[in-house]
Design a protein around this ligand. Structure first.
Ligand code: ATP
Length: 368
């Protein structure tokens, strides 16, 4: 594969509103042709990044470049960037075709070429035959497609999408995730998507950036972010996670270490260079843990013992909250199997929980 080329780069960007530093020394590179997502809790500065790139706001420091050219001073309408807003902002009195054609007509393109490009864009978003409808005659999902077609028809270098699926109901949002990904793949334009929905970010993105309080916490592929969070903030923001405070007791092989956790020795794998005695966190996803109903059977000495505090059936999985004998609470998640005799594990029942060597992810304690 050829090396990835940065189409958008932000270097040491600062943005203040009044006395508040919204973005501090913010750095980002988005590669040509990728689906990139900015993910973070409400108010962390995601939309501010988009608005700076689009030219609706000016940075107080740093540089933003597109294809190597600094954008500073270039007004929004001159930037080869289009934005799809959460509200879609369609013109209600215009037909679908006229909405999509609007930008092209303003740029003075010949009528025949406008018609051809509008047709192509509507085909890309699967809205052929809807040209003469007005936005009020469309469903939420269809309106969103019109907004995407209207932006893509301008053939921007970047398409910015701000929480574009949040106005849709859950089912439609799931369908539109697949649609958006398909549209992006087919048109090959770089998408920068903003959301606080981790599931959306993990399913659609080639890479994503997790943000918190105006800072970039980690950038990586969905798998890297989910399986190898670099710090506790990322680990806790993405999905459920169990955090064990542990101490490294020694190295037992290449990238294999022994750790002491809840008074027991366990083997873990890590690409970090760790020293004996170091304080670490072992992070385990609920699906990494296995639980065993132990009833009156004698308890062996391996594994972690506790009691079921809560159980919830999600349709696909059975999620259990367990209080360990030493007081820590952990969450497990298992695929639901109605034939499993252990299914009836009840609140208050005693369980043993454990995980396979190699499961879990180790981070240094000072990285919290
Ligand atoms: P959300 O997911 O809720 O949209 P966000 O991560 O996109 O949040 P931003 O909209 O970038 O967050 O806002 C970041 C911070 O900047 C917030 O505290 C917000 O109140 C503040 N802010 C944004 N725009 C302005 C403005 N024009 N004037 C003053 N403060 C602003």
């Amino acid at each position: 594969m050829p090396p990835a080329r940065a189409v958008l780069s932000l270097r040491n960007v600062y943005k203040r509103f009044g006395h508040d530093d919204i973005l501090k020394d913010f750095n980002l590179e988005v590669f040509d042709g990728e689906f990139f997502t900015l993910l973070g809790p409400s108010g962390c500065g995601k939309t501010t990044v988009l608005r700076l790139v689009a030219g609706f706001e000016q940075a107080d420091g740093g540089t933003i470049s597109l294809d190597g050219q600094p954008l500073g001073g270039l007004p929004a309408e001159k930037r080869p960037v289009n934005t799809v807003f959460q509200s879609y902002a369609l013109f209600p009195h215009m037909t679908v075709a006229k909405n999509v054609a609007f930008g092209l007509r303003m740029s003075g393109l010949r009528k025949a070429e406008v018609a051809e490009r509008v047709e192509e864009a509507l085909k890309l978003v699967r809205l052929e035959g809807y040209d003469e409808r007005r936005p009020s005659q469309l469903s939420g999902g269809q309106r969103q497609r019109v907004a995407i077609a209207r932006a893509l028809v301008m053939q921007p270098k970047l398409l910015l999408l701000d929480e574009s699926l949040s106005a849709l109901d859950y089912k439609l949002r799931r369908q539109m995730r697949i649609e958006l990904k398909r549209i992006q793949r087919e048109c090959g334009i770089t998408f920068v998507y903003v959301t606080h929905d981790q599931e959306e970010a993990l399913t659609m993105s080639d890479r994503l950036l997790v943000m918190h309080h105006g800072k970039a916490l980690q950038i990586g592929t969905p798998r890297e972010i989910y399986e190898q969070p670099e710090n506790l903030a990322v680990a806790k923001f993405i999905g459920e996670i169990n955090v064990f405070d542990s101490r490294l007791t020694g190295q037992v092989g290449d990238r294999r270490y022994s750790i002491e956790i809840e008074g027991q020795e366990k083997l873990v794998h890590s690409h970090l260079r760790l020293d004996a005695g170091e304080e670490v966190h072992l992070l385990l996803r609920p699906e990494d843990l296995r639980i065993e109903y132990i009833g009156d059977q004698p308890e062996g000495d391996s594994g972690f013992f506790g009691r079921v505090v809560e159980r919830s059936y999600t349709g696909k999985t059975l999620d259990t909250l367990i209080e360990l004998d030493r007081g820590a609470q952990i969450r497990t998640s298992e695929f639901f199997n109605g034939d499993d005799p252990g299914f009836a594990k009840r609140i208050g029942r005693r369980v043993r929980t454990d995980w396979l060597e190699g499961r879990g992810h180790v981070i240094r304690k000072d990285k919290a």
